[in-house]
Every structure is written in C-alpha cells, then in structure tokens.
Design a protein around this ligand. Sequence first.
Ligand code: PLP
Length: 387
Amino acid sequence: MLMNEYGLTKNEISKKLNSLLSLDETFTSGKIIGSMCTEPDSYSKYIYSKFLEKNIGDPGLFKGTLLLEKQIIHQLGKLLFYPRCSGFVVSGGTEANIMSMWSARNYSNQKHPEVLIPSHSHHSFDKAADLLGIKLVKIPCLDGIVDCNSLEKRINQNTIMIVGVAGTTPLGLIDPIPELSDIARDNSILLHIDASFGGFIIPFLKDSNYDLPLYSFKFPGVTSISLDSHKMGSAPIPSSCILFRNKNLIRDIKINVGYLSGGNEPRPTLLGTSPGASIISLWTLLNFHGQLGYRKTAVRCMNNTNYLYNELLKIPNITIINKPTLNIVGFKINYNHRLIVKALRQKGWSISIFPTHIRFVSMPHINRKHVDNFLKDLKILIKNHSK
Ligand code: PLP
C-alpha cells in the first residue's frame, strides 16, 4: 500500500485504526490467559504518554530522567538486599539477558567462553549465545528446576557464568538459588538470575508470608539479576531492569560516544535511542503504588491461581503439571488434548502451548470471573470430547 499524497483526516485515520486494531486481542477481555504481559497501570500509561520525547540514549540531555533511573535501581537494589548495585532500565528480559552474557564474556576475557543454563531457560539466552559466540551448555532439570549435581559436573575452565531462573517460562518455578550461589562462589564464576517473570512478584509474596525460595543479592554468588517491569510490574511496554552487583562487571561493555549532544555518558545498554518514558513511568509506578500496592496485586494473582488449581483438581481427565509456586499453572488434558486446546483457541482463549502442557498465567488483568468462564468452557469441551 502506497502512502497517500495528501494526509488523511483524523476521522479517516480513526476509522482505519479502529478497523485494523479490532483484530488485536485485548487484556481487558479476560481471555489472554497465556501471556506474561498485562494491561499497564492506567496512571503509568498517562505519565508515559506525557514524556514521549525523552531519549535516555542521550543521557546527558536528560539528566533528570537519568536521576530517576538511578533512584529506580537503588529502590530495586534495596528490595533485593543490595542498594549499592548498578543497573539500568532496558527494553525487556531479552535485552537484559543479552547484557548479562555480554558483560560476562568481556569481564572474564575467556577465549572459548561457556555459560551453563537450565534446559527450561528462555530463548533470549540462545539469541545471546549466537550473537556473542558463547557456547551454551543446557543442564537437565528435575521436576522443572535445574539439577545442581548435573550442573556442577559440567563446569570446566571455560565456564564463565551460570544462569538460574526465578519464575521459569513454562511453569513459573524457581531454581535453587542458594545452591547455585554456592557453586558459583566455589568455582569463582558469575551467576546471573533471570527473574524476568518472578522479579516483580516473588519479593512481594515473601513479604506477604508466602513460603517461597527467594532470589536476591543476599546470596553472595549472585552477580546480576534481570527483572521485567512490563510483566508483573504492570509497567507500559517496553520496561525491564538489569542490576549488577559490581560496577566492574559492566566496565568492558561501555562504549564511548563522543558526538552525543548531551556529552559523552557511556551507557552499556544495547539500544541507542530509547524511551525515557519507560523510566519515568516505572518510577511513577514504584512510588505511586509502593510495596503495599505491589503486595496486594501479587496476593490477588496468587489467590486466582490457587482457585484455578483447586478447581482443575476436581475435573476428571486432567493432569496438573505443577502445584503453583507463582501465578502459573501448567496442565494437560488426558484424552484429546490437542483437539481440546484447538477448540479452546477457537472459543477465543489465548493460552500458551508447550510440548508437554498448556500454561495459564494469572496476570493482574485476570479476575475470578474470567477464571470461572475459562473453567466452564474447558469442562464442556472435555465432556463433549470424551464421549
Ligand atoms: N526470561 C524469562 C524467564 C521469560 O519468561 C521471558 C519472556 O517471557 C524473557 C526472559 C524475555 O522477556 P522479553 O519478552 O521481555 O524480552
């Protein structure tokens, strides 16, 4: 389609946008039950829309935005027991994980670098390994979390880093971070925690007396952490954070850009021009809702998840893969699984499909009624297809 010679009217634009965007699914429908993203908080959307011109890719021009970023990193560092950490607001878990691998490679200066990752890890590590020429060694899992014995056996002189995940992509489980921390320390290698999903829920559930394994800088072997604010943080996309225990870890991935109009402020993030609005809206969210707001959201999501889990237990012909650790339940249907999943999709349920199961993620946009609607459709389909 060619661009028009003359612009369209606002009315025409509205019509065209409404027509095409009606094809998009919406979080408010309550039918997106497989995504790790959610409807952003309305106040943070408003704030985001007010600061679209801010470009943190030229940080010297936007010194106030830079200060807000420093405050975010300090607040998150405090939440994770290391307020002195360094860090950045980035575009997502993928950018954060690539930065963890990039910094590890340059810091270690190893000729044939290898990184050990659990087999359930997110594909952003595959992208990073391919881009950076790092060998990935995938470690088998037991009951959905990494097997530390197998992992330890794969460490050799080329190993530069281990990855542990807090909130695994398939099931929302948490790898044994204390054990991984000991292994990293004993072998003098780095340990990155990918808390892209769990980052903005685990600390708040722990503070609400949930018995959960923690992921944080409290464990001395942990050298970096990624946590996505556009997942359980309810921030407008794109928004994620990466924290480093030690400034030296990022020293060798900073590139001087002398020509920037704000002056040379080396920044080790992957993107050049990037939205300062992500920083300003995230700062707003953290300070507007406070820990109590995040705790309430976390507990509400867990209540809906546990409700779903208990209702699924009552349905015959279902195998549940995990008792929820976080707000994710994985399950499969014992007969006609594929057929029923296809029919669920046809009924408008946007569910995630994994080779072994389907995944329901009870994000903040999901309420009890949505869960009930899903269960109703699921029960009918199971009944119809078991005849
Ligand atoms: N890490 C984990 C554990 C994830 O589940 C995801 C996305 O689902 C990512 C990283 C990548 O995050 P993003 O899609 O924001 O790049």
